[in-house]
Design a protein around this ligand. Structure first.
Ligand SMILES: Nc1nc2c(ncn2[C@@H]2O[C@H](COP(=O)(O)OP(=O)(O)OP(=O)(O)O)[C@@H](O)[C@H]2O)c(=O)[nH]1
Ligand SMILES: [Mg+2]
Length: 605
């Protein structure tokens, strides 16, 4: 299949254009360095490839290095028909530097280059326009002005691109290639003659940034935004969670009404509604978390937050660029560890990757929400304003972040620093502030919930079934005397010092490979015991059973620190290139988690 590749500066809209052309849904967000791997899709009869953004052919970070190596490969391949070089029309000079380098490289390999002037909607909003014919003349390559967001000019491009890709020779650039060392000067000249007046665009941005990046106000705003983020996960999702819980409860009553008394009913109410139901309740929170992170990503604020955090993070051996992987680690560690590729310094990148598992990912959300609901009354407030459950939530997230910073600090202080490349200057292009693009955002929100159900659902289903079978038989002896009870009592000595009985031990053990199993496992366990009282209200069941405050807090902190996720371990291994590091982290964080839980259980009462 003939291939068309999409290259350009970071954050110029390649992935959004890719999505529009292929109908796929690659991640799009408003900060540089979103795409870190090549991604291909189909456009008409061609293979379309989306590249990570690059500022220049001389690379600094891992994601750019991948892009450049792959670009050079693609240039040599026979079936690469067209190189589409996407330019940010609002920042033409910077986009053109790389654009011209690519053009020269393409010329050397007899490849055809097409320029796309993306974000033309923004240019027009500022009252400018760009004469593409003139620009195409001067560049010696076709130029298309369009907006991947508002779709202006997209259909013309969709029609023209296949024509060009079918007969690329006819569109090969006629102009003598610009020597790469002149790219900077030529880019400046061209954007001065054709681009928008940068001052006008910058003025509005600067007004917002004079607040957001202000020494005092910026820091306060940052803390406020982060606090708001975590509070809202708890408070906004509550009505939705109540609705889901209500629906599951009603459904359980309705279904078991048909099955009458007996084993089928027990199975349905304990394993299905108790196990799976108690985990479904927490899906709305995962969606709210995705929504908030999505708004932050799309608004352009994240890059500012990264800038604000650079200095404090450097103190802990990290970089401002660690901020975005850290934040997205609160949704899931796996993409976050991949996102660390944008960090130029290998050492800081390693420390970031090693500490990302301490960020409270969405799989921990159900565990936190359940135990917090058990330990703290819903109407309790802090100083009469803040919902105390929300504050506890914030505290747990903060605990993860602080632990990560301390771990990184120790690594930084006590490991030897070999490579000088580690101390590169911190450069980050600040994206334009934008209103979030609501359609992809909503898609992402819904998808985060569905993806979580799809990923965790089957595991939770099987764990629930296994636990139920082991806990139900041999019959009539009660849970205590079941097979599960026997296993539980065998491992009880490990968990007893933490103030937890064997049922928690079983649930922790079951969640060793995937922590989201914990809630479902407890749901089944408590379901078997208290089936008649409360089918889906697991928190109430645990409350009625009695869980000591210290043990509960210890358990929460255990889940903050322990690395219970096979997928994360696999990605850590792949991205660090060392199995030793991945395995070491499982052991180290496991031990640390145990010690912290032990301290909490014995010191708090
Ligand atoms: N107004 C406007 N915004 C756009 C347009 N195209 C993309 N964007 C926005 O620009 C931001 C970056 O888009 P992406 O598609 O992620 O950019 P990218 O080039 O793939 O970025 P990297 O993967 O980091 O290299 C997002 O917030 C998009 O919504 C456009 O034509 N007009
Ligand atoms: Mg991208």
């Amino acid at each position: 299949m003939k291939r068309i590749i999409l290259v350009g500066k970071p954050n110029c809209g390649k992935s959004l254009l890719f999505n529009q052309l292929t109908g796929l849904r690659q991640k799009v967000a408003n900060f540089p360095g979103v795409t870190v791997e090549l991604k291909s899709g189909q456009f008409k009869e061609f293979e379309l490839v989306d590249f990570p953004g690059t500022y220049s052919l001389h690379t600094l970070s891992k994601d750019e290095e991948i892009a450049v190596v792959k670009l050079k490969e693609a240039m040599q391949q026979e079936n690469t028909a067209v190189v589409v070089c996407v330019l940010d029309a609002t920042r033409m000079e910077r986009s053109l530097v790389f654009g011209l380098q690519v053009q020269a490289l393409a010329k050397a390999h007899d490849k055809t280059v097409v320029f796309v002037l993306n974000m033309i909607d923004e240019v027009r909003r500022y009252g400018f326009d760009i004469d593409t014919t003139q620009l195409a003349d001067e560049l010696g390559s076709p130029v298309f002005a369009l907006s991947a967001k508002t779709l202006i000019g997209l259909s013309e491009f969709q029609k023209a691109l296949p024509e060009i890709a079918r007969q690329p020779e006819q569109y090969r650039n006629e102009q003598s290639a610009i020597a790469p060392e002149n790219a900077l000067i030529v880019a400046r000249e061209l954007s001065k003659n054709h681009g928008v007046n940068a001052d006008v665009v910058l003025k509005k941005q600067n007004r917002i940034d004079s607040f957001m990046l202000n020494n005092v106000f910026g820091g306060v705003a940052f803390l406020f935004i982060m606090f708001f983020l975590f509070q809202s996960i708890f408070t906004w999702a509550t009505p939705l969670m109540d609705a889901v819980e209500f629906a599951i409860g009603e459904l359980a009553v309705w279904v078991t009404g048909f099955t009458g008394e007996g084993m089928t009913t027990d199975f349905l109410s304990d394993a299905i509604f108790g196990g799976i139901g108690s985990f479904l309740v927490f899906v709305p929170q995962i969606m709210v978390l995705t929504l908030i992170i999505g708004v932050l990503e799309d608004s352009g604020y994240l890059a500012r937050a990264a800038l604000i955090c650079h200095k404090p993070l450097s103190y802990f051996g990290l970089s401002g660029r660690s901020f975005i992987p850290y934040l997205s680690g609160h949704a899931c560690a796996i993409p976050a560890i991949m996102a660390a590729r944008t960090i130029e310094s290998p050492r800081k990148r390693l420390f970031t990757m090693m500490t990302i598992p301490l960020m409270s990912c969405s799989a921990r959300l159900p565990v936190y929400a359940l135990l917090i609901a058990v330990l703290i009354p819903a109407d309790a407030t802090l100083m009469g304003i803040f919902n105390l459950q929300g504050v506890a939530f914030f505290g747990l997230y903060l605990f993860g972040i602080v632990t990560a910073l301390l771990v990184s600090f120790f690594l930084h202080k006590f490991t030897h620093q070999h490579d000088e490349k580690s101390d590169m200057p911190f450069i980050l292009e600040l994206p334009t502030y934008r209103l979030p693009h609501w359609k992809p955002l909503m898609y992402r929100v819904v998808n985060s919930g569905l993806a979580f159900i799809k990923r965790a659902g089957p595991v939770i289903f099987w764990v629930s079934v296994v636990i139920w079978v082991l806990g139900y038989f041999p019959q009539h002896g009660g849970l205590e005397n079941s097979y599960l009870g026997k296993i539980g009592h065998f491992i009880e000595p490990i968990f007893e010092p933490l103030g937890l009985d064997w049922r928690y031990g079983v649930a922790i053990l079951m969640s060793f490979l995937a922590r989201e199993v914990f809630v479902g496992a407890l749901g089944t366990l408590f379901g078997i015991e208290g089936a008649d009282e409360n089918i889906s209200g697991l928190a109430e069941n645990i409350q009625a059973d009695g869980l000591a405050l210290g043990a509960g807090i210890g358990l929460l902190l255990f889940y903050v620190v322990a690395l219970q996720c096979v997928a994360t371990v696999a990605v850590l291994r792949a991205e660090t290139g060392k199995a030793r590091i991945a395995a070491g982290l499982v052991v180290a964080y496991g031990l640390l988690a145990y010690i912290i839980a032990l301290l909490a259980a014995n010191l708090i009462n």
